[in-house]
Write a protein that binds this ligand. Structure first.
Ligand code: ZN
Ligand code: ZN
Length: 350
């Protein structure tokens, strides 16, 4: 952070987004902020969280400040004492109203938009973070393993989604996002919400779910069959699987994110389904289920060791079916490590 600050000519960074606060300080509560500068770093929360901050924040070396009634005055006083004049803030997160309040109270301090400083750091995972993501993913794999015995056809999407999320909770995790269970034609909606529809027989069912464990997320999609498939449906499955595998193999340090997207997109386009793959190939995963780096045609950067991204091509045939296959993959120094473990062979569940 301090290297970024000097490049941007800032004295300090004011971090108000709780995910970024957690990343920097370890604080997992729901109210707090932190300030980072070359010579000074402190964390502020109110009395409700003092104990928690003692436990979580103390090990990261942030000075802890208990906020009273006039927290912003305290912040202004503290920043004035440190001699800050140009302070970066998360312009992607602070509301207009909050910004007005900070600008009003922090007299003599210029607030400079500085989005993306922490997000850029979060995109490169440390070993402990990779371990947490692997554990969250392994837990999701275990829950996927229950799908064949619990069944799909004849049950409502909501029933299946609730059951899978319950299984995550029994294992000490929570869903990293609302699970998707989309049978038959509902599978053509990439972000279908599981509802009262009964999952049909002889159809494809898209399941997309992830766990959050110790703050870190996983994300995995598998498409199941509930019986005999038409030749067209089988062909779409095989196509998406081949495109997913090819793109996965292209994940390496130095590969452009847009080029990895193109690997899958070109195969799907060549098969005549290019228009039916309407989203980017993938996204970064960490403390949030969608974070940097993005993997899409619009992405500008290159992948680097420590990135954790999804590779999730899909083909959505409106009114008929959808297929999406998604793995979580870490970029390593020499290539990549596929984190998701559940089989990508088509699994038929009665
Ligand atoms: Zn997903
Ligand atoms: Zn995803």
């Amino acid at each position: 952070v301090t290297r970024e600050l000097s490049e941007r000519g800032l004295d300090a960074l004011l971090v108000t987004n709780l995910v970024n606060v957690r990343y920097l300080t370890g604080f997992g509560g729901t109210s707090g902020l932190c300030v980072v500068s070359e010579g000074d770093r402190f964390f502020m929360t109110d009395f409700r969280y003092t104990e928690r901050a003692e436990r979580e924040v103390a090990p990261t070396g942030f000075e802890r400040v208990e906020a009273g009634r006039e927290a912003l005055e305290q912040l202004a006083e503290r920043m004035g004492r440190a001699g800050f004049s140009r302070v970066g803030f998360d312009d992607a997160h602070l509301t207009v109203r909050q910004h007005g309040r900070y600008a009003d109270k922090l007299t003599g301090i210029e607030l400079v938009p500085a989005a993306g400083v922490v997000e850029g750091l979060r995109a490169v995972k440390e070993e402990g973070e990779l371990a947490a993501i692997r554990a969250a993913s392994a837990l999701a794999d275990e829950v996927y393993g229950l799908v064949p015995e619990r069944g799909l056809a004849g049950r409502t999407e909501r029933e299946v989604a609730n059951e899978l999320e319950h299984e995550m909770r029994l294992r000490g995790a929570e869903p990293s996002f609302p699970s998707i269970v989309a049978g038959g034609a509902n599978g053509a909606l990439p972000h279908a919400e599981p509802g009262a529809d009964v999952i049909p027989r002889d159809a494809l069912v898209v399941l997309d779910m992830g766990c959050r464990l110790d703050g870190y997320c996983s994300d995995c999609t598998r498409t199941f069959a509930t019986g005999r498939l038409s030749d067209d449906a089988s062909a779409v499955y095989d196509l998406v699987r081949a495109a997913q595998q090819a793109a996965l193999e292209a994940v390496a340090p130095g590969a452009s994110a847009a080029a990895v997207d193109s690997v899958a997109r070109e195969l799907i386009t060549a098969a005549g389904h290019g228009e039916r793959f309407g989203h980017g190939l993938g996204h970064g995963v960490g403390l949030e289920v969608h974070e940097e780096p993005r993997v899409s045609q619009a992405a500008e950067g290159e992948l680097e060791p420590g990135n954790v991204v999804t590779v999730e091509p899909g083909v959505y045939v409106a009114g008929e079916l959808g297929v999406r296959i998604e793995d979580l993959v870490a970029v390593t120094a020499s290539g990549h490590e596929v984190i998701s473990g559940f089989t990508k062979d088509l699994v038929t569940v009665a």
